[in-house]
Design a protein around this ligand. Structure first.
Ligand SMILES: Cc1cc2nc3c(=O)[nH]c(=O)nc-3n(C[C@H](O)[C@H](O)[C@H](O)COP(=O)(O)OP(=O)(O)OC[C@H]3O[C@@H](n4cnc5c(N)ncnc54)[C@H](O)[C@@H]3O)c2cc1C
Length: 383
């Protein structure tokens, strides 16, 4: 019997496994895909996550950026240099996620990929985790199976709202730019607003191409996101490049919820811990994975409240900011032209957003003032 079984080898499952093993606990990590596996994702990641791990992530980082380009309806570009201590990381998720799992394996985590979990059962003092060929047993269970997973439903939590996210991987050789941290190209790290309702199109460069994607953050889900992204690809002159399309559901944060039950925790996107303004999900997945690993270690050591404390800690450390982010999103996406003017056209606002994405500031530090400014756009004559 294992101390813990972790279902899903994305950033939250990899992080939870790593932190449990670091504390000497036995871990079985189950993943239905063969690793390394592709995950539709922009791969933009705050470098602050390095502080949560004692190994170097550099081999898993494709590019680093210190400039962001904003456009309105694919025009009038606004290039902003973000004055953060560390540039934003761009990662390929197959490489990044697998690298993290490999570090966990070095600490003794047992990985079984190509292993689909198809059911779970609590039996007197342990979890039975059923796969297509075996049944495994553990004292604790971590649900890290992401937005497509069933674990949270099987554990008795309510079904999350799933929105559609789309991704176009556009092949291009950007390898000369690796290590330069300098991007003057309009394609690089672009957020385009106004070309779609209730969301935006983004383009994040990697050494071998651009990840161009979009999702909606509220309301209208009937837009053809592939069409919108394809128009963007043509507009920026990449119509001849090789393109691979994919889609993946996305579970935005929508209020604090309990994240623990009988000897089990939800982490990452299974816990809907995804920024409702920006769709940032990798950093909170790594963070909740770390906290979950710590909580289960404490529970095994005899702290009867450890799992409940996990829920409270995630609410305090992340949920409080997500509530601010949701308020900003609710106003911004309702009147995006005004939001764009107040947010993306003002250098101080873009600097703050860069610092939030890099983990150097929290929404709570800036949200009050931002909401005041944005609210003016909703009052006739004030915008
Ligand atoms: C189009 C798009 C773009 C995005 N861009 C960004 C971005 O630029 N930056 C950012 O921070 N976030 C981004 N996100 C969000 C980010 O990708 C997710 O929040 C993040 O992957 C969640 O990590 P996770 O570990 O919780 O789940 P996942 O990464 O989804 O991992 C879950 C794992 O569980 C496995 N699994 C599922 N079911 C089972 C099962 N039954 N048995 C075994 N294994 C199972 C899956 O195969 C998968 O490997 C984006 C999301 C989308 C959809």
């Amino acid at each position: 019997m294992y101390d813990s079984i972790v279902v899903g080898a994305g950033p939250s499952g990899g992080s939870a496994s790593y932190h449990l093993a670091k504390r000497g606990r036995s871990v079985l990590l189950l993943e239905k895909e063969s690793l390394p596996r592709y995950k539709p994702c922009g791969g933009a990641l705050s470098p602050i996550i390095q502080e949560w791990f004692d190994f170097d992530f550099s081999p898993a980082v494709s590019l680093k950026l210190n400039k962001i380009n904003y456009t309105w309806q694919m025009g009038s570009p606004e290039m902003v240099e973000i004055a953060t201590k560390e540039p934003v990381w761009m990662v390929r998720r197959d490489i990044f996620d697998h690298y993290l799992v490999q570090q966990a394996q070095k600490l003794g985590v047992e990985l079984r990929d190509r292993t689909n979990v198809n059911g779970i059962e609590w039996k007197s003092d342990r979890w039975l985790v059923k796969t297509d060929n075996d049944v495994f047993e553990a004292k604790y269970l971590i649900a890290a199976d992401g937005a497509k997973g069933q674990m949270s439903k099987w554990l008795g939590f309510k079904e999350p709202k799933r929105r559609k996210g789309v991704m176009l991987e556009v092949k291009a050789d950007l390898s000369q730019q690796v290590g330069q941290n300098l991007f003057a190209d309009k394609l690089n790290s672009n957020f385009d607003f106004g070309s779609m309702q209730n969301g935006f199109v983004w383009s994040f460069p990697k050494a071998d191409g651009y990840s161009i994607g979009s999702t909606t953050f509220m309301g209208n889900e009937k837009q053809d996101l592939f069409e919108i992204c394809s128009t963007y690809v043509n507009h920026v002159g990449l119509e001849k490049a090789e393109v691979e399309q994919s889609e993946h559901p996305i579970c935005l944060w929508n209020g604090n919820q309990s994240l623990h039950t009988q000897n089990a925790l939800l982490t990452g996107e299974t816990a809907c811990i995804l920024d409702p303004f920006t769709a940032e999900g990798i950093r909170p997945s790594l963070f909740t994975g770390m906290l979950a690993g710590q909580a289960i270690d404490e529970a095994i050591a005899g702290n009867a409240d450890a799992l409940k404390q996990y829920t409270l800690k995630v609410h305090e450390e992340w949920g409080a900011d997500m509530a601010w982010s949701q308020r900003i999103a609710g106003i911004f996406y309702r009147v995006p032209s005004f939001g764009y003017k107040m947010g993306m056209k003002r250098p101080s606002a873009t600097q703050r957003m860069g610092k939030i994405l890099c983990g150097e500031m929290r929404y709570r530090d800036v949200a009050g003032a931002a909401i005041n400014r944005l609210t003016k756009g909703l009052i006739p004559g004030m915008g």
